[in-house]
Design a protein around this ligand. Structure first.
Ligand SMILES: *[C@@H]1O[C@H](CO)[C@@H](O)[C@H](O)[C@H]1NC(C)=O
Ligand SMILES: *[C@@H]1O[C@H](CO)[C@@H](O)[C@H](O)[C@H]1NC(C)=O
Ligand SMILES: *[C@@H]1O[C@H](CO)[C@@H](O)[C@H](O)[C@H]1NC(C)=O
Ligand SMILES: *[C@@H]1O[C@H](CO)[C@@H](O)[C@H](O)[C@H]1NC(C)=O
Length: 537
Protein backbone atom coordinates (compact mmCIF):
# COMPACT_ATOMS: atom_id res chain seq x y z
CA UNK A 1 0.00 0.00 0.00
CA UNK A 2 1.35 3.39 -0.88
CA UNK A 3 2.13 5.88 1.85
CA UNK A 4 -1.11 7.63 2.43
CA UNK A 5 -1.01 11.30 1.67
CA UNK A 6 -3.97 11.93 3.84
CA UNK A 7 -1.97 11.02 6.89
CA UNK A 8 1.02 13.11 6.00
CA UNK A 9 0.37 15.89 8.43
CA UNK A 10 -0.86 16.05 11.95
CA UNK A 11 -3.46 18.63 11.05
CA UNK A 12 -5.00 16.43 8.41
CA UNK A 13 -4.83 13.45 10.69
CA UNK A 14 -6.80 15.38 13.23
CA UNK A 15 -9.40 16.08 10.60
CA UNK A 16 -9.53 12.39 9.84
CA UNK A 17 -10.01 11.71 13.51
CA UNK A 18 -12.76 14.26 13.70
CA UNK A 19 -14.53 12.71 10.74
CA UNK A 20 -13.96 9.32 12.23
CA UNK A 21 -15.45 10.33 15.49
CA UNK A 22 -18.52 11.60 13.72
CA UNK A 23 -18.92 8.62 11.47
CA UNK A 24 -17.94 5.99 13.96
CA UNK A 25 -19.59 7.46 16.98
CA UNK A 26 -22.87 7.75 15.21
CA UNK A 27 -22.66 4.53 13.32
CA UNK A 28 -20.26 1.79 14.23
CA UNK A 29 -20.66 1.55 17.95
CA UNK A 30 -24.28 2.23 17.54
CA UNK A 31 -24.78 -0.26 14.77
CA UNK A 32 -22.43 -2.78 16.15
CA UNK A 33 -24.70 -5.38 17.60
CA UNK A 34 -28.23 -6.17 18.45
CA UNK A 35 -30.70 -8.57 19.77
CA UNK A 36 -33.85 -10.28 18.81
CA UNK A 37 -36.58 -9.59 21.26
CA UNK A 38 -37.90 -12.40 23.30
CA UNK A 39 -41.65 -12.35 22.76
CA UNK A 40 -42.19 -11.55 26.41
CA UNK A 41 -39.74 -8.71 26.40
CA UNK A 42 -41.05 -6.05 24.11
CA UNK A 43 -40.05 -2.78 25.64
CA UNK A 44 -43.64 -1.86 26.23
CA UNK A 45 -44.02 -4.93 28.44
CA UNK A 46 -40.70 -4.83 30.23
CA UNK A 47 -40.82 -1.44 31.80
CA UNK A 48 -39.01 0.92 29.45
CA UNK A 49 -37.77 3.64 31.71
CA UNK A 50 -38.74 6.84 30.04
CA UNK A 51 -37.01 9.75 31.59
CA UNK A 52 -37.14 13.27 30.31
CA UNK A 53 -33.86 14.24 28.77
CA UNK A 54 -32.13 17.02 30.61
CA UNK A 55 -29.91 17.83 33.49
CA UNK A 56 -32.48 17.20 36.16
CA UNK A 57 -33.39 13.85 34.69
CA UNK A 58 -29.78 12.69 34.56
CA UNK A 59 -29.18 13.80 38.12
CA UNK A 60 -32.33 12.07 39.34
CA UNK A 61 -31.45 8.86 37.57
CA UNK A 62 -27.98 8.93 39.06
CA UNK A 63 -29.17 9.73 42.55
CA UNK A 64 -31.77 7.01 42.59
CA UNK A 65 -29.22 4.48 41.34
CA UNK A 66 -26.67 5.52 43.95
CA UNK A 67 -29.26 5.28 46.66
CA UNK A 68 -29.93 1.72 45.55
CA UNK A 69 -26.19 1.00 45.51
CA UNK A 70 -25.90 2.21 49.09
CA UNK A 71 -28.79 0.05 50.20
CA UNK A 72 -28.55 -3.54 51.34
CA UNK A 73 -30.50 -4.72 48.27
CA UNK A 74 -27.60 -4.07 45.93
CA UNK A 75 -26.00 -7.46 45.18
CA UNK A 76 -22.63 -7.61 46.87
CA UNK A 77 -19.65 -9.43 45.49
CA UNK A 78 -20.19 -12.58 47.51
CA UNK A 79 -23.61 -13.14 45.95
CA UNK A 80 -21.97 -13.78 42.54
CA UNK A 81 -21.06 -17.35 41.56
CA UNK A 82 -17.85 -18.88 42.91
CA UNK A 83 -14.79 -17.87 40.92
CA UNK A 84 -16.62 -14.97 39.26
CA UNK A 85 -14.10 -12.65 37.63
CA UNK A 86 -14.39 -8.97 38.47
CA UNK A 87 -11.92 -7.10 36.33
CA UNK A 88 -11.06 -4.19 34.12
CA UNK A 89 -9.80 -4.11 30.55
CA UNK A 90 -7.56 -2.42 28.02
CA UNK A 91 -6.00 -3.25 24.66
CA UNK A 92 -2.44 -2.97 23.39
CA UNK A 93 -2.95 -0.31 20.70
CA UNK A 94 -4.92 1.83 23.14
CA UNK A 95 -2.48 2.03 26.04
CA UNK A 96 0.85 0.42 25.28
CA UNK A 97 2.69 3.16 23.44
CA UNK A 98 6.31 2.34 22.72
CA UNK A 99 5.51 1.79 19.06
CA UNK A 100 9.16 2.12 18.14
CA UNK A 101 10.62 0.48 21.22
CA UNK A 102 11.90 -3.00 21.94
CA UNK A 103 12.04 -4.21 18.35
CA UNK A 104 8.31 -3.85 17.73
CA UNK A 105 7.09 -3.85 14.13
CA UNK A 106 4.46 -1.33 13.11
CA UNK A 107 0.76 -2.11 13.20
CA UNK A 108 -2.02 -0.78 10.99
CA UNK A 109 -2.96 1.73 13.66
CA UNK A 110 0.51 3.26 13.65
CA UNK A 111 -0.20 4.18 10.07
CA UNK A 112 -3.82 5.20 10.47
CA UNK A 113 -3.07 7.41 13.45
CA UNK A 114 0.49 8.40 12.71
CA UNK A 115 1.11 11.64 14.53
CA UNK A 116 -2.40 11.70 15.95
CA UNK A 117 -1.71 13.46 19.19
CA UNK A 118 1.17 11.07 19.86
CA UNK A 119 -0.77 7.86 19.46
CA UNK A 120 2.47 5.91 19.47
CA UNK A 121 3.77 6.97 22.88
CA UNK A 122 1.13 8.68 24.92
CA UNK A 123 -0.06 6.34 27.69
CA UNK A 124 3.26 4.49 27.94
CA UNK A 125 2.02 1.31 29.54
CA UNK A 126 4.95 -0.42 27.85
CA UNK A 127 7.43 1.18 30.23
CA UNK A 128 5.09 1.57 33.21
CA UNK A 129 3.44 -1.84 33.30
CA UNK A 130 4.79 -2.75 36.75
CA UNK A 131 3.28 0.34 38.35
CA UNK A 132 0.08 -0.21 36.37
CA UNK A 133 -0.24 -3.72 37.80
CA UNK A 134 0.06 -2.20 41.28
CA UNK A 135 -2.81 0.15 40.38
CA UNK A 136 -4.88 -2.86 39.36
CA UNK A 137 -4.04 -4.60 42.60
CA UNK A 138 -5.26 -1.62 44.59
CA UNK A 139 -8.58 -1.85 42.75
CA UNK A 140 -9.07 -5.35 44.05
CA UNK A 141 -9.78 -6.92 40.66
CA UNK A 142 -9.03 -10.63 40.29
CA UNK A 143 -8.59 -10.44 36.52
CA UNK A 144 -7.21 -8.06 33.92
CA UNK A 145 -8.19 -8.11 30.27
CA UNK A 146 -5.52 -6.94 27.84
CA UNK A 147 -4.40 -7.70 24.32
CA UNK A 148 -1.10 -8.80 22.88
CA UNK A 149 0.36 -6.80 20.03
CA UNK A 150 1.02 -9.25 17.20
CA UNK A 151 3.64 -6.96 15.69
CA UNK A 152 5.44 -6.63 19.01
CA UNK A 153 6.05 -10.37 19.18
CA UNK A 154 6.28 -11.05 15.42
CA UNK A 155 7.28 -7.73 13.82
CA UNK A 156 6.30 -8.48 10.20
CA UNK A 157 3.51 -10.88 11.14
CA UNK A 158 5.16 -14.02 9.77
CA UNK A 159 7.27 -16.59 11.59
CA UNK A 160 9.60 -16.52 8.62
CA UNK A 161 10.27 -12.86 9.35
CA UNK A 162 11.34 -13.75 12.87
CA UNK A 163 10.21 -13.60 16.48
CA UNK A 164 11.05 -10.57 18.63
CA UNK A 165 12.49 -11.81 21.93
CA UNK A 166 12.07 -8.47 23.64
CA UNK A 167 8.40 -8.41 22.74
CA UNK A 168 7.94 -11.98 23.99
CA UNK A 169 9.62 -11.00 27.25
CA UNK A 170 7.44 -7.95 27.73
CA UNK A 171 4.31 -10.10 27.91
CA UNK A 172 6.09 -12.75 29.98
CA UNK A 173 6.91 -10.05 32.50
CA UNK A 174 3.43 -8.55 32.42
CA UNK A 175 1.77 -11.95 32.89
CA UNK A 176 4.12 -12.89 35.74
CA UNK A 177 3.63 -9.53 37.40
CA UNK A 178 -0.15 -9.97 37.26
CA UNK A 179 -0.07 -13.49 38.65
CA UNK A 180 2.32 -12.51 41.42
CA UNK A 181 -0.28 -9.95 42.44
CA UNK A 182 -3.19 -12.35 42.39
CA UNK A 183 -4.62 -11.14 39.07
CA UNK A 184 -5.58 -13.59 36.32
CA UNK A 185 -4.65 -12.58 32.80
CA UNK A 186 -7.58 -12.55 30.34
CA UNK A 187 -5.91 -12.25 26.97
CA UNK A 188 -7.16 -10.97 23.62
CA UNK A 189 -5.06 -12.31 20.75
CA UNK A 190 -6.13 -9.64 18.26
CA UNK A 191 -7.72 -6.37 19.32
CA UNK A 192 -8.22 -4.45 16.05
CA UNK A 193 -4.52 -3.83 15.38
CA UNK A 194 -2.29 -6.20 13.40
CA UNK A 195 1.03 -6.05 11.55
CA UNK A 196 1.22 -3.34 8.93
CA UNK A 197 3.52 -5.58 6.90
CA UNK A 198 0.69 -8.09 6.40
CA UNK A 199 -1.63 -5.31 5.34
CA UNK A 200 0.89 -4.02 2.81
CA UNK A 201 1.73 -7.48 1.54
CA UNK A 202 -1.75 -8.67 0.70
CA UNK A 203 -4.41 -6.50 2.17
CA UNK A 204 -4.51 -8.09 5.62
CA UNK A 205 -7.62 -10.09 6.42
CA UNK A 206 -9.26 -9.39 3.08
CA UNK A 207 -6.86 -12.09 1.86
CA UNK A 208 -7.31 -15.66 3.05
CA UNK A 209 -3.51 -15.98 3.29
CA UNK A 210 -3.63 -13.97 6.49
CA UNK A 211 -5.42 -16.83 8.23
CA UNK A 212 -2.35 -19.05 8.30
CA UNK A 213 -0.24 -16.31 9.82
CA UNK A 214 -2.84 -15.70 12.51
CA UNK A 215 -2.77 -19.39 13.33
CA UNK A 216 1.03 -19.38 13.61
CA UNK A 217 0.90 -16.31 15.81
CA UNK A 218 -1.75 -17.89 18.06
CA UNK A 219 0.27 -21.07 18.36
CA UNK A 220 3.29 -19.09 19.49
CA UNK A 221 1.16 -17.46 22.21
CA UNK A 222 -0.35 -20.75 23.42
CA UNK A 223 3.11 -22.32 23.49
CA UNK A 224 4.77 -19.39 25.23
CA UNK A 225 2.14 -18.15 27.67
CA UNK A 226 -0.44 -20.93 27.90
CA UNK A 227 1.08 -22.43 31.03
CA UNK A 228 -0.08 -19.24 32.82
CA UNK A 229 -2.87 -17.78 30.67
CA UNK A 230 -6.14 -19.67 31.20
CA UNK A 231 -8.54 -17.33 29.36
CA UNK A 232 -8.01 -16.62 25.67
CA UNK A 233 -10.11 -14.74 23.18
CA UNK A 234 -9.12 -14.79 19.53
CA UNK A 235 -10.74 -11.59 18.22
CA UNK A 236 -12.30 -8.53 19.79
CA UNK A 237 -15.44 -7.38 17.94
CA UNK A 238 -14.42 -8.80 14.54
CA UNK A 239 -17.74 -7.62 13.09
CA UNK A 240 -17.04 -4.03 14.11
CA UNK A 241 -13.52 -4.31 12.74
CA UNK A 242 -14.78 -5.59 9.38
CA UNK A 243 -17.15 -2.63 9.07
CA UNK A 244 -14.51 -0.22 10.33
CA UNK A 245 -11.98 -1.37 7.74
CA UNK A 246 -14.11 -2.27 4.76
CA UNK A 247 -17.21 -0.10 4.88
CA UNK A 248 -15.82 3.07 6.46
CA UNK A 249 -12.48 2.31 4.90
CA UNK A 250 -10.63 3.71 7.87
CA UNK A 251 -7.01 4.31 6.93
CA UNK A 252 -7.85 3.46 3.31
CA UNK A 253 -7.20 -0.20 3.96
CA UNK A 254 -9.77 -1.26 1.42
CA UNK A 255 -10.35 -0.86 -2.30
CA UNK A 256 -14.00 -1.82 -2.14
CA UNK A 257 -16.10 0.92 -3.79
CA UNK A 258 -18.88 0.34 -1.27
CA UNK A 259 -18.60 3.64 0.61
CA UNK A 260 -20.13 5.23 -2.50
CA UNK A 261 -22.07 2.36 -4.07
CA UNK A 262 -23.45 1.05 -0.76
CA UNK A 263 -22.99 -2.43 -2.17
CA UNK A 264 -20.22 -3.98 -0.10
CA UNK A 265 -18.30 -7.16 -0.66
CA UNK A 266 -15.07 -6.95 1.27
CA UNK A 267 -16.77 -6.52 4.61
CA UNK A 268 -18.16 -10.04 4.25
CA UNK A 269 -14.85 -11.48 3.04
CA UNK A 270 -13.05 -9.96 6.00
CA UNK A 271 -15.42 -11.26 8.63
CA UNK A 272 -15.36 -14.63 6.88
CA UNK A 273 -11.58 -14.74 7.17
CA UNK A 274 -11.70 -13.58 10.79
CA UNK A 275 -14.06 -16.44 11.59
CA UNK A 276 -11.95 -19.04 9.82
CA UNK A 277 -8.82 -17.71 11.51
CA UNK A 278 -10.63 -17.91 14.85
CA UNK A 279 -11.77 -21.47 14.18
CA UNK A 280 -8.31 -22.63 13.15
CA UNK A 281 -6.64 -21.11 16.20
CA UNK A 282 -9.33 -22.54 18.44
CA UNK A 283 -9.03 -26.01 16.93
CA UNK A 284 -5.28 -25.90 17.44
CA UNK A 285 -5.71 -24.83 21.05
CA UNK A 286 -8.27 -27.49 21.76
CA UNK A 287 -6.36 -30.32 20.12
CA UNK A 288 -2.85 -29.49 21.22
CA UNK A 289 -2.89 -27.37 24.35
CA UNK A 290 -6.18 -27.37 26.21
CA UNK A 291 -5.92 -30.75 27.90
CA UNK A 292 -2.54 -29.90 29.40
CA UNK A 293 -2.97 -26.20 30.01
CA UNK A 294 -6.60 -26.43 31.18
CA UNK A 295 -7.61 -23.06 29.83
CA UNK A 296 -10.54 -21.87 27.74
CA UNK A 297 -10.94 -20.01 24.47
CA UNK A 298 -13.65 -17.71 23.19
CA UNK A 299 -14.38 -14.69 21.05
CA UNK A 300 -15.65 -11.21 21.91
CA UNK A 301 -18.58 -9.54 20.16
CA UNK A 302 -20.11 -6.15 20.52
CA UNK A 303 -23.69 -6.30 21.68
CA UNK A 304 -26.64 -4.06 21.88
CA UNK A 305 -30.32 -4.81 22.08
CA UNK A 306 -32.43 -3.73 19.13
CA UNK A 307 -36.06 -2.80 19.63
CA UNK A 308 -38.61 -2.01 16.91
CA UNK A 309 -39.11 1.70 16.25
CA UNK A 310 -42.86 1.14 16.08
CA UNK A 311 -45.24 -1.78 16.30
CA UNK A 312 -45.49 -1.91 12.50
CA UNK A 313 -44.47 -5.30 11.18
CA UNK A 314 -41.80 -3.75 8.93
CA UNK A 315 -40.04 -2.25 11.96
CA UNK A 316 -40.35 -5.44 13.97
CA UNK A 317 -38.76 -7.28 11.03
CA UNK A 318 -36.07 -4.62 10.69
CA UNK A 319 -35.05 -5.03 14.33
CA UNK A 320 -34.77 -8.76 13.78
CA UNK A 321 -32.82 -8.25 10.57
CA UNK A 322 -30.27 -5.92 12.08
CA UNK A 323 -29.84 -8.40 14.90
CA UNK A 324 -29.09 -11.13 12.38
CA UNK A 325 -26.74 -8.89 10.41
CA UNK A 326 -24.74 -7.88 13.47
CA UNK A 327 -24.28 -10.49 16.13
CA UNK A 328 -26.07 -13.28 14.24
CA UNK A 329 -23.38 -12.80 11.59
CA UNK A 330 -20.79 -13.99 14.11
CA UNK A 331 -22.68 -16.25 16.50
CA UNK A 332 -24.67 -18.33 13.99
CA UNK A 333 -21.47 -19.64 12.32
CA UNK A 334 -19.88 -20.32 15.72
CA UNK A 335 -22.86 -22.26 17.04
CA UNK A 336 -24.47 -23.65 13.88
CA UNK A 337 -21.79 -23.49 11.20
CA UNK A 338 -23.34 -20.94 8.85
CA UNK A 339 -24.57 -17.38 8.46
CA UNK A 340 -28.21 -16.51 9.16
CA UNK A 341 -30.58 -17.38 6.30
CA UNK A 342 -31.70 -13.79 5.92
CA UNK A 343 -28.12 -12.77 5.15
CA UNK A 344 -27.86 -15.40 2.43
CA UNK A 345 -31.08 -14.09 0.98
CA UNK A 346 -30.22 -10.39 1.03
CA UNK A 347 -26.47 -10.47 0.40
CA UNK A 348 -26.49 -13.26 -2.18
CA UNK A 349 -23.23 -14.05 -3.95
CA UNK A 350 -21.29 -11.44 -2.01
CA UNK A 351 -21.58 -13.56 1.14
CA UNK A 352 -18.82 -16.21 1.09
CA UNK A 353 -19.58 -19.88 1.68
CA UNK A 354 -17.94 -22.10 4.27
CA UNK A 355 -16.61 -25.47 3.17
CA UNK A 356 -17.87 -28.56 4.96
CA UNK A 357 -14.61 -28.70 6.88
CA UNK A 358 -14.83 -25.08 7.93
CA UNK A 359 -18.39 -25.57 9.13
CA UNK A 360 -17.32 -28.44 11.33
CA UNK A 361 -14.37 -26.46 12.61
CA UNK A 362 -16.55 -23.46 13.47
CA UNK A 363 -19.19 -25.36 15.37
CA UNK A 364 -18.22 -25.58 18.99
CA UNK A 365 -15.10 -23.45 18.51
CA UNK A 366 -15.88 -21.29 21.54
CA UNK A 367 -15.91 -22.21 25.20
CA UNK A 368 -17.52 -18.87 25.98
CA UNK A 369 -18.77 -15.64 24.42
CA UNK A 370 -17.30 -12.34 25.52
CA UNK A 371 -19.73 -9.48 25.15
CA UNK A 372 -19.04 -5.77 25.09
CA UNK A 373 -22.13 -3.79 26.02
CA UNK A 374 -22.63 -0.04 26.06
CA UNK A 375 -26.09 0.93 24.87
CA UNK A 376 -29.18 -0.12 22.87
CA UNK A 377 -31.30 1.27 20.05
CA UNK A 378 -34.59 1.32 18.25
CA UNK A 379 -34.55 0.05 14.68
CA UNK A 380 -36.56 1.38 11.78
CA UNK A 381 -37.13 -0.19 8.37
CA UNK A 382 -35.39 1.68 5.52
CA UNK A 383 -36.18 0.19 2.10
CA UNK A 384 -33.80 2.53 0.24
CA UNK A 385 -30.26 1.25 0.83
CA UNK A 386 -28.68 4.57 -0.05
CA UNK A 387 -30.50 6.03 2.92
CA UNK A 388 -29.13 3.50 5.36
CA UNK A 389 -26.83 5.50 7.61
CA UNK A 390 -25.10 2.71 9.52
CA UNK A 391 -22.69 0.37 7.78
CA UNK A 392 -25.25 -2.41 7.32
CA UNK A 393 -26.71 -1.44 3.95
CA UNK A 394 -27.96 -4.92 3.14
CA UNK A 395 -29.94 -5.04 6.36
CA UNK A 396 -32.13 -2.15 5.17
CA UNK A 397 -32.41 -0.83 8.69
CA UNK A 398 -31.56 2.35 10.55
CA UNK A 399 -31.10 2.84 14.26
CA UNK A 400 -32.93 5.56 16.15
CA UNK A 401 -32.58 7.06 19.63
CA UNK A 402 -36.25 8.02 19.90
CA UNK A 403 -39.12 5.80 18.78
CA UNK A 404 -42.36 6.56 16.98
CA UNK A 405 -44.03 7.43 20.27
CA UNK A 406 -41.25 9.80 21.27
CA UNK A 407 -39.82 7.45 23.89
CA UNK A 408 -36.18 6.69 24.55
CA UNK A 409 -34.47 3.56 25.84
CA UNK A 410 -33.43 4.58 29.30
CA UNK A 411 -32.05 8.07 29.67
CA UNK A 412 -29.47 10.14 27.89
CA UNK A 413 -26.54 10.56 30.23
CA UNK A 414 -25.46 14.12 29.59
CA UNK A 415 -21.99 13.52 31.06
CA UNK A 416 -21.29 10.50 28.93
CA UNK A 417 -23.25 11.38 25.80
CA UNK A 418 -24.94 8.00 25.61
CA UNK A 419 -28.27 6.39 26.40
CA UNK A 420 -28.07 4.31 29.53
CA UNK A 421 -30.19 1.19 29.25
CA UNK A 422 -29.02 -1.71 31.42
CA UNK A 423 -32.23 -3.58 30.58
CA UNK A 424 -30.75 -3.94 27.10
CA UNK A 425 -27.89 -5.94 28.59
CA UNK A 426 -30.30 -8.06 30.61
CA UNK A 427 -32.40 -8.66 27.52
CA UNK A 428 -29.37 -9.65 25.45
CA UNK A 429 -28.14 -12.08 28.11
CA UNK A 430 -31.50 -13.79 28.36
CA UNK A 431 -31.79 -14.08 24.64
CA UNK A 432 -28.35 -15.70 24.31
CA UNK A 433 -29.25 -18.14 27.05
CA UNK A 434 -32.36 -19.23 25.24
CA UNK A 435 -31.06 -19.24 21.69
CA UNK A 436 -27.71 -20.95 22.27
CA UNK A 437 -28.49 -23.31 25.16
CA UNK A 438 -27.01 -21.27 27.96
CA UNK A 439 -23.36 -20.84 26.95
CA UNK A 440 -20.77 -19.43 29.29
CA UNK A 441 -20.54 -15.63 29.01
CA UNK A 442 -18.14 -12.97 30.21
CA UNK A 443 -19.04 -9.32 30.02
CA UNK A 444 -15.75 -8.19 28.60
CA UNK A 445 -16.45 -4.46 28.28
CA UNK A 446 -18.92 -2.09 29.90
CA UNK A 447 -18.50 1.57 30.71
CA UNK A 448 -19.26 5.15 29.79
CA UNK A 449 -16.97 8.07 28.93
CA UNK A 450 -16.60 11.25 30.92
CA UNK A 451 -16.77 13.93 28.31
CA UNK A 452 -18.82 16.71 29.71
CA UNK A 453 -17.82 16.91 33.31
CA UNK A 454 -15.51 19.66 34.52
CA UNK A 455 -13.50 17.32 36.72
CA UNK A 456 -12.80 13.89 35.23
CA UNK A 457 -12.21 12.49 38.72
CA UNK A 458 -15.74 13.34 39.86
CA UNK A 459 -17.47 10.77 37.69
CA UNK A 460 -20.58 9.94 39.69
CA UNK A 461 -22.42 9.28 36.43
CA UNK A 462 -20.07 6.37 35.78
CA UNK A 463 -20.66 4.85 39.20
CA UNK A 464 -24.37 4.97 38.37
CA UNK A 465 -23.71 3.38 34.96
CA UNK A 466 -21.48 0.57 36.15
CA UNK A 467 -23.59 -0.31 39.15
CA UNK A 468 -26.76 -0.37 37.06
CA UNK A 469 -25.09 -2.88 34.73
CA UNK A 470 -23.71 -4.97 37.57
CA UNK A 471 -27.28 -5.12 38.85
CA UNK A 472 -28.57 -6.16 35.42
CA UNK A 473 -25.88 -8.83 35.24
CA UNK A 474 -26.77 -10.19 38.64
CA UNK A 475 -30.47 -10.23 37.77
CA UNK A 476 -29.64 -12.24 34.64
CA UNK A 477 -27.54 -14.67 36.68
CA UNK A 478 -30.44 -15.11 39.09
CA UNK A 479 -32.57 -15.88 36.04
CA UNK A 480 -30.20 -18.68 35.06
CA UNK A 481 -27.78 -17.02 32.62
CA UNK A 482 -24.28 -18.45 32.87
CA UNK A 483 -22.28 -15.23 33.31
CA UNK A 484 -18.82 -15.80 34.80
CA UNK A 485 -17.22 -12.40 34.81
CA UNK A 486 -17.59 -8.66 34.47
CA UNK A 487 -14.86 -6.35 33.16
CA UNK A 488 -15.25 -2.60 33.41
CA UNK A 489 -13.90 -0.69 30.42
CA UNK A 490 -11.32 0.67 30.84
CA UNK A 491 -8.72 0.22 33.55
CA UNK A 492 -6.92 3.39 32.43
CA UNK A 493 -7.80 6.22 30.10
CA UNK A 494 -7.15 4.91 26.62
CA UNK A 495 -6.60 6.11 23.11
CA UNK A 496 -10.05 5.71 21.62
CA UNK A 497 -10.19 4.65 17.98
CA UNK A 498 -12.93 7.13 17.28
CA UNK A 499 -12.37 9.87 19.80
CA UNK A 500 -8.62 9.94 20.36
CA UNK A 501 -7.76 10.98 23.89
CA UNK A 502 -10.82 13.15 24.40
CA UNK A 503 -13.03 10.42 25.87
CA UNK A 504 -11.92 9.52 29.35
CA UNK A 505 -12.99 5.93 29.86
CA UNK A 506 -10.54 4.99 32.58
CA UNK A 507 -11.17 3.96 36.15
CA UNK A 508 -7.77 5.58 36.49
CA UNK A 509 -7.57 8.96 34.87
CA UNK A 510 -4.28 9.59 33.08
CA UNK A 511 -3.08 13.13 33.70
CA UNK A 512 -1.40 14.29 30.52
CA UNK A 513 -0.33 17.50 32.21
CA UNK A 514 1.42 15.76 35.07
CA UNK A 515 3.81 13.05 33.93
CA UNK A 516 1.05 10.66 32.87
CA UNK A 517 0.13 10.07 36.50
CA UNK A 518 -2.64 7.49 36.97
CA UNK A 519 -5.20 8.98 39.36
CA UNK A 520 -8.16 6.99 40.71
CA UNK A 521 -11.55 8.43 39.75
CA UNK A 522 -14.50 8.24 42.13
CA UNK A 523 -15.58 5.18 40.15
CA UNK A 524 -12.24 3.49 40.86
CA UNK A 525 -12.70 4.27 44.53
CA UNK A 526 -16.20 2.85 44.48
CA UNK A 527 -15.10 -0.30 42.60
CA UNK A 528 -12.29 -0.86 45.08
CA UNK A 529 -14.65 -0.47 48.02
CA UNK A 530 -17.09 -2.86 46.40
CA UNK A 531 -14.51 -5.47 45.51
CA UNK A 532 -12.49 -5.41 48.70
CA UNK A 533 -15.29 -5.08 51.22
CA UNK A 534 -15.06 -8.75 52.13
CA UNK A 535 -11.34 -8.41 52.81
CA UNK A 536 -11.86 -5.60 55.24
CA UNK A 537 -14.75 -6.97 57.21
C1 LIG B 1 -23.93 6.62 48.67
O1 LIG B 1 -22.77 6.45 49.47
C2 LIG B 1 -21.67 7.27 49.16
C3 LIG B 1 -20.53 6.91 50.06
O2 LIG B 1 -20.14 5.59 49.82
C4 LIG B 1 -22.04 8.73 49.27
O3 LIG B 1 -20.96 9.53 48.86
C5 LIG B 1 -23.24 9.03 48.41
O4 LIG B 1 -23.67 10.35 48.63
C6 LIG B 1 -24.38 8.08 48.74
N1 LIG B 1 -25.45 8.35 47.80
C7 LIG B 1 -26.73 8.37 48.10
C8 LIG B 1 -27.68 8.75 47.02
O5 LIG B 1 -27.12 8.06 49.21
C1 LIG C 1 -3.31 -12.85 -1.44
O1 LIG C 1 -2.04 -13.27 -1.01
C2 LIG C 1 -1.33 -14.07 -1.94
C3 LIG C 1 -0.01 -14.44 -1.31
O2 LIG C 1 -0.20 -15.27 -0.23
C4 LIG C 1 -1.11 -13.31 -3.23
O3 LIG C 1 -0.54 -14.16 -4.19
C5 LIG C 1 -2.43 -12.76 -3.74
O4 LIG C 1 -2.20 -11.91 -4.83
C6 LIG C 1 -3.15 -11.97 -2.67
N1 LIG C 1 -4.44 -11.53 -3.15
C7 LIG C 1 -4.79 -10.25 -3.11
C8 LIG C 1 -6.16 -9.95 -3.62
O5 LIG C 1 -4.06 -9.37 -2.67
C1 LIG D 1 -33.10 6.45 -2.69
O1 LIG D 1 -32.51 7.58 -2.05
C2 LIG D 1 -31.73 8.39 -2.91
C3 LIG D 1 -31.14 9.50 -2.06
O2 LIG D 1 -30.44 9.00 -1.00
C4 LIG D 1 -32.57 8.94 -4.03
O3 LIG D 1 -31.74 9.68 -4.91
C5 LIG D 1 -33.23 7.80 -4.76
O4 LIG D 1 -34.14 8.32 -5.72
C6 LIG D 1 -34.01 6.89 -3.80
N1 LIG D 1 -34.55 5.76 -4.51
C7 LIG D 1 -35.80 5.40 -4.41
C8 LIG D 1 -36.20 4.17 -5.20
O5 LIG D 1 -36.62 5.99 -3.72
C1 LIG E 1 -31.89 -4.35 38.47
O1 LIG E 1 -31.94 -5.02 37.20
C2 LIG E 1 -33.20 -5.52 36.82
C3 LIG E 1 -33.03 -6.19 35.45
O2 LIG E 1 -32.55 -5.33 34.49
C4 LIG E 1 -34.23 -4.42 36.78
O3 LIG E 1 -35.51 -4.95 36.50
C5 LIG E 1 -34.24 -3.66 38.10
O4 LIG E 1 -35.12 -2.56 37.98
C6 LIG E 1 -32.84 -3.17 38.40
N1 LIG E 1 -32.84 -2.45 39.65
C7 LIG E 1 -32.51 -1.17 39.68
C8 LIG E 1 -32.59 -0.51 41.01
O5 LIG E 1 -32.16 -0.53 38.69
Amino acid sequence: MEKMEILSSLRITKTVLAILSLVLLSNIRVQAQGILLLPSQKPSQRETRVIQIGEGATTNAHDSMLKFVNSSSFPNRETFPRGFLFGAGTSAPQIEGGSHEGGRGLGIFDEIYSGADKFDTKIEHYTRYKKDVQKLKILGVNSYRFSISWNRVIPDGTLKGGINKEGINFYNNLINELLNNGIEPFVTILHLDYPLALQKKFGGFSNHSNVKHFKDYSELLFKTYGDRVKHWTTFNEPEVQAVFEAVYNVGKLSTDPCPTTKICTEVYTKLHNFLIAHAMASKLYKSKFQAIQEGEIGLVISSESYFPYSSKLEDVDAAQRLTDFTWGWVLEPLFHGDYPQIMRKLVGKRLPKFTKNEKEMLKGSIDFIGINYYTSHFVRHEPNRTKVTGGYFDALANTEDINAEGKTLGYLDQYGGRYVYPEGLYNFLLYIKKKYKNPKIYITENGIPSIKIPNPLKDKHRIAFITAHINATKTAIDDGVNVRGYFAWAAFDTFDFKDGYSHNMGLYHVDFNDCLKRIPTDTAKWYKKYLTRDLKE
